[in-house]
Design a protein around this ligand. Structure first.
Ligand code: DSN
Length: 455
């Protein structure tokens, strides 16, 4: 019954309005992004790519005569071509790229397409290991990436920064075809220039081209807003990202690259300078079928929003809020990985701070309307009962929370930590339902003062 679906969507609206979203990879999109996502563009098939003629603008006369050349496998493309072209052009401007492929359905699809574009099966990639803060698609054993390619993982130092010495020695030893910088739980700013120098040393030693890839899914919005450096400005060839985290667009992926832009119909020479064309071929037909043009339209809307001065203010506020929250948590005896944050992410060492694990804390915070996720720390061996929790400020900053609210948030988090300490297990949390309900009511009151866009 469709009614059940819409009832559940209404329930989710209440959950989102009455709680505070602290999962660092989530955000609230604008009403225009929602409108584009829910549009009739979902009805259209458009395998292939829009015209490459007319870059950087459009030849209005040809459009009027409907004689646009394109690389599509279906008719009726006149409008979706222009929408996809708009998304591509805006993405290139926003991230200083020569080319953008806006079709990946997700960040995982984007990463897979880059590997497929540049590597042969069995080739080596050097990336951050999962326990150190890397992503599943950077070669975690349970993923396809680890089955097809040979991933070597570098780690982090005790102060939470990338272990660049380890990265360099592994790079020289294994001579990877891709050096990958990217993360989903890392609070420092990567030194992209240093990684580019490591690449140069590997190229000198091996005599082969090495692709520098950055997976900036978490911080793409901070890059767009100018508060985080852009790897493409430091010699990186490719940057992948999702579009829904700090970038605040629809759920999806994006690949930006530097190099030659040309028709994807003809296979180019396998050289780094041709990586944009190799990537287009790797996305379609390499790893995906029909693009989701309603999502691509929503990406175009979100990229347009990110080009506005208000977005730079938003990006600055995300980081300010994260730093304030980190400082307040430290004052209340929370121990943070890396002692704080330089971006939107905070990783709490719950076990070291209070003696219980991240899963119990995640569950108790959920009960008061504060949503985050249990997360492994570099020292954890198994991901099932991690010692930490990960949180971040992109979503609550969209709702307009500021430093005053960050202080209140830290106080609630401490109260919930004290309850967990006494409870000792998830089963015992019910004994503290009155205390948890009091905090829940306070969270609800505050949350309702900061409406969610579109609700
Ligand atoms: N699942 C995302 C995150 O939460 O970090 C990464 O893709």
């Amino acid at each position: 019954m469709e009614d059940s679906v819409f009832d559940l969507i209404d329930q989710e609206k209440i959950r989102q309005s009455e709680g505070l979203e602290l999962i660092p990879s989530e955000n609230y999109v604008s009403e225009n992004v929602l409108k584009a996502m829910g549009s009739i563009l979902t009805n259209k098939y458009s395998e292939g790519y829009p015209s490459f003629e007319g870059i950087p603008g459009w030849d209005e006369e040809k459009i009027a005569k409907k004689i646009l050349p394109n690389y599509r496998y279906y008719g009726g493309q006149v409008n979706v071509d222009r929408i996809e072209r708009l998304a591509i052009d805006r993405a290139c401007e926003l991230f200083h790229a020569d080319h953008a492929n806006v079709q990946p359905h997700s960040g995982a699809q984007a990463n897979t397409a880059v590997y497929y574009a540049w590597l042969n099966p069995g080739d080596t990639v050097l990336g951050m290991s999962l326990p150190a803060g890397g992503h599943l698609t950077h070669g975690a054993k349970v993923t396809m990436s680890a089955h097809v390619w040979n991933f070597i993982g570098y780690g982090v130092t005790d102060d939470g920064d990338i272990d660049y010495d380890e990265m360099e020695s592994l790079a020289l030893e294994y001579q990877p075809k891709i050096i990958l910088v990217g993360f989903s739980a890392f609070m420092k700013i990567p030194d992209f220039a240093r990684v580019a120098k490591i690449r140069d040393k590997v190229v000198k030693k091996s005599g082969q081209e090495v692709l520098l890839m950055a997976d900036m899914a978490h911080v793409a919005g901070l890059i767009a807003g100018g508060v985080h450096p852009n790897p493409l400005d430091y010699g990186f060839d490719v940057m992948t990202t999702t579009t829904h985290k700090t970038l605040r667009g629809p759920r999806g992926g994006l690949i930006l690259s530097k190099g030659n832009v040309a028709s994807p119909l003809k296979r180019p020479e396998h050289k780094l300078e041709n990586i944009p064309i190799l990537i287009d071929r790797a996305v379609f037909p390499g790893t995906q079928g029909g693009p989701l043009e309603h999502i691509i339209a929503a990406k175009a809307v979100a990229f347009g929003e990110a080009q506005k001065p208000e977005f730079a203010e938003y990006a600055t506020s995300i980081v300010d809020n994260a730093k304030t929250l980190a400082t307040e948590l430290i004052k209340l005896d929370f121990i943070l990985q890396g002692d704080g944050t330089d971006n939107h992410l905070i990783l709490i060492d719950v076990m070291e701070s209070f003696g219980f694990d991240g899963k119990l804390y995640e569950r108790a915070l959920d009960m008061v309307g504060l949503t985050l996720n249990a997360n492994s720390l570099p020292r954890d061996e198994a991901a099932f009962r991690p010692s930490g929790v990960r949180l971040g400020t992109p979503a609550i900053t969209t709702r307009g929370l500021g430093s005053k609210e960050m202080k209140q948030l830290a106080l609630w988090m401490k109260k919930v930590a004290d309850i967990c300490k006494e409870a000792g297990s998830e089963d015992n949390l019910s004994k503290f339902s009155a205390e948890l309900e009091t905090i829940r009511a306070e969270v609800r009151d505050l949350a309702l003062k900061f409406p969610v866009p579109g609700i």
